[in-house]
Design a protein around this ligand. Structure first.
Ligand SMILES: C[S@@+](CC[C@H](N)C(=O)[O-])C[C@H]1O[C@@H](n2cnc3c(N)ncnc32)[C@H](O)[C@@H]1O
Length: 247
C-alpha cells in the first residue's frame, strides 16, 4: 500500500470497535480454497462485524446496503448515512490515517448504520459474505496517481471490475465520479466488457433514483469543483443479461 501523507490521529478504542473492521491476515484468506463450503468460508473468513453486516441485510435494512470503495475521510458516506438511516453503509479505504478520520466523523454524527473496513478493496471484494450484497456501489475520485507507471494501482481493472459486478444485486447501481477525463474513458472501456453492467448516464446523475447521491459531496469532489474542473460521472445499472435486449 502506498504511504499516506496524513498523520494518524487518536481514536478511542470503543469507537474503533464500533466502526472499524480490520482485515484478517492475508495468509488466513489464502488458506480458504475456492471449493470450500460457503458457510464455512463465510464464518471463517469474515471479520466479526462484517458478519453483522450480512445479518443486517435480512433484518431492518431490508436489502439496502451501500458500499463506497476508496471512501477516503468518509465525508460523502457519513453524510448520506446520516440522511438515510434506513440504509446501511460500508466504506473501504486502505490508508489508516484517512479511515481513522472517517471513523471520527461517523462517531461525531452518532451514526449506527455505517462501518469502515481498513484494507484493500480488492481483498474486501473477495470476501464471500454474500455474492450479491450491495444495492449501490460508489467510487468517488479513485485515482490520486494519474501517471502511467501507477496505472496498475487503479481500482477498476479487468479482474476487479468482475468483482464489483458480482457484489452488486440485480437492478443495482455502480456510480463512478472523477475529474480526470482519461480515467473516465478508461473506466468505460473496461466496464463495457461486462454485459450485465449497462451504462445509463454520464452527465446527470441527479436523475437516477438511488438513495443519497448528490445530497453529499466527497472531499475530492469539493477540491475538483473549487478548482473549476469538470466532474465526469458514470452510472451503470446491473441487469440480467437477457434484459439487455429490452432496453
Ligand atoms: C483521491 S482519494 C479519494 C477519496 C474520496 N473517495 C473522495 O472522493 O474524497 C483516493 C482514495 O483511494 C484510496 N485507495 C486507492 N486504492 C485503494 C484500494 N485498492 N483499496 C482501498 N482504498 C484505496 C486511497 O487511500 C485514497 O484515500
Amino acid at each position: 500500500m502506498p504511504a499516506c501523507r496524513l498523520k494518524s490521529i487518536k481514536v478511542a478504542p470503543a469507537l474503533l470497535n464500533k466502526y472499524l473492521v480490520k482485515p484478517l491476515p492475508r495468509q488466513r484468506i489464502n488458506t480458504i480454497k475456492p471449493g470450500e463450503n460457503s458457510d464455512f468460508r463465510r464464518t471463517a473468513v469474515l471479520p466479526y462485524n462484517l458478519q453483522t453486516l450480512t445479518a443486517a441485510r435480512s433484518l431492518h435494512y431490508s436489502s439496502r446496503i451501500i458500499l463506497e470503495a476508496a471512501c477516503g475521510k468518509g465525508d460523502f458516506l457519513t453524510d448520506i448515512a446520516a440522511a438515510n438511516p434506513d440504509c446501511f453503509y460500508i466504506g473501504v479505504d486502505y490508508a489508516y490515517p484517512v479511515i481513522l478520520r472517517a471513523v471520527k466523523r461517523a462517531a461525531a454524527l452518532m451514526l449506527d448504520n455505517i462501518l469502515f473496513y481498513w484494507g484493500d478493496i480488492k481483498i474486501f471484494l473477495k470476501y464471500d459474505f454474500e455474492k450479491t450484497v450491495f444495492t449501490q456501489i460508489f467510487i468517488n475520485f479513485p485515482d490520486p496517481w494519474p501517471k502511467r507507471k501507477h496505472h496498475k494501482r487503479r481500482i477498476i481493472q479487468k479482474d476487479t471490475a468482475g468483482l464489483f459486478c458480482k457484489a452488486l444485486q440485480q437492478n443495482s447501481w455502480l456510480v463512478i465520479a472523477t475529474d480526470i477525463k482519461e480515467l473516465y474513458m478508461y473506466h468505460n472501456n473496461v466496464l463495457k466488457e461486462f454485459p450485465q453492467l449497462v451504462f445509463m448516464n454520464s452527465h446527470d446523475p441527479f436523475t437516477i433514483p438511488y438513495s443519497g447521491y448528490k445530497t453529499a459531496i466527497s472531499t475530492y469532489e469539493q477540491k475538483g469543483e473549487a478548482a473549476g474542473r469538470h466532474i465526469y460521472y458514470a452510472v451503470y445499472k446491473k441487469i440480467l443479461e437477457k434484459e439487455r435486449f429490452s432496453f
